[in-house]
Design a protein around this ligand. Structure first.
Ligand code: 6PG
Length: 243
C-alpha cells in the first residue's frame, strides 16, 4: 500500500516516462511469461497511446504483453465511444502486437453475461496472487465526479464485491458499462493513474492529499494491498497539490 506522485511538464514527457517504465518491466519478464496490462478508457490515454505507437513501435517488446481492459462501454467495437476502438486506432493497430495477445471486453454482448465471461477470461490468462488475478499494471483515469474505471460514486459497493467484473450504469444516463471491481484493481502489482488537465486539479488534490470528504470518491479507494500506485500527472492536473 504505497503511492507516489510524478509530475510532468507536458504529455510527451509523461508518455516517455511511461514507456521507459514499461520497457524496464518487460526486460524483467521471465521467458515463457507475459506482462499483463489493463488499459483505461476515456480521452486522456489516447495521446499517450499515439505517442507510444509513433515513438516506441520498434522499442517495446509487444509480444511479451497481454492487453486487457479495466472497463468498457456496452457498445460495439466500431462505436466512437468504445474504449477498445480508441486503443486500437491510437495504439494496437500501429504496433507489432499479436492479435492473440489482445483480450477486449465484448461491449456488444449481453452485459451481465460478458462481465462473467470476461472474469473467467482474466482468471484463465492472468497469474494469481492470493486467489485473485494480479495484473502487472493497471491504467486508471479519473472522472471529475471521482469515478475511476467505471466505478461511479453511487457504486462504491463495487469495492466490496467478490466478483472481478460487474455491470455499472453511468449516473444520469442509461449508458451501461462493464467494469473491473475493487477486488481486481486493488490486487494489482502496479497502478498508474494517468491524469491531465487543470479541470482535474481540484479532485486530484482532494484524493492525493486525502482531504476530508474525499473518501466518497471511488478513486480514493484505490489502494493496492501489496502493490504500488503512481499518480502520473501533467503540471495543470498537479497544480493544486500542496507539495
Ligand atoms: C471510461 C474510463 C473512465 C475514464 C474517466 C476519465 O471508460 O470512461 O475508463 O474511468 O478514465 O472517465 O475520462 P477522461 O480521460 O476522458 O477525462
Amino acid at each position: 500500500m504505497s503511492h507516489s506522485v510524478r509530475v510532468f511538464s507536458d504529455l510527451d514527457a509523461l508518455a516517455q516516462a511511461f514507456a521507459a517504465i514499461l520497457i524496464k518491466d518487460l526486460d524483467r519478464v521471465e521467458p515463457d511469461h507475459f506482462y499483463t496490462i489493463a488499459l483505461s478508457g476515456g480521452t486522456t490515454p489516447k495521446y499517450i497511446f499515439s505517442y507510444l505507437a509513433e515513438n516506441y513501435a520498434e522499442r517495446i517488446d509487444w509480444e511479451k504483453l497481454l492487453v486487457f481492459w479495466g472497463d468498457e462501454r456496452c457498445v460495439a467495437p466500431e462505436s466512437i465511444s468504445s474504449n477498445y476502438r480508441m486503443a486500437y486506432e491510437s495504439l494496437l493497430q500501429n504496433v507489432p502486437i499479436p492479435d492473440a495477445n489482445v483480450f477486449r471486453i465484448k461491449g456488444e454482448d449481453d452485459p451481465s453475461t460478458e462481465a462473467r465471461q470476461y472474469s473467467e477470461l482474466v482468471t484463465d490468462n492472468v497469474a494469481e496472487f492470493e486467489d485473485t488475478p494480479q495484473f502487472d499494471l493497471i491504467l486508471l483515469g479519473l472522472g471529475s465526479d471521482g469515478h475511476t474505471a467505471s466505478i461511479f460514486p453511487d457504486r462504491t459497493d463495487l469495492f466490496k464485491t467478490t466478483r472481478l467484473f460487474e455491470v455499472a450504469v453511468k449516473p444520469g444516463t442509461a449508458e451501461k458499462r462493464i467494469t473491473a471491481t475493487g477486488r481486481l484493481i486493488n490486487n494489482a502489482s502496479k497502478i498508474f493513474f494517468i491524469i491531465t488537465g487543470k479541470e482535474k486539479a481540484k479532485i486530484v488534490a482532494e484524493i492525493v492529499e486525502k482531504k476530508s470528504g474525499s473518501e466518497r470518491y471511488p478513486a480514493s479507494r484505490v489502494d493496492p494491498e501489496s502493490g504500488h500506485t503512481v499518480w502520473m500527472l501533467d503540471a495543470p492536473a498537479a497544480s493544486q497539490l500542496k507539495k
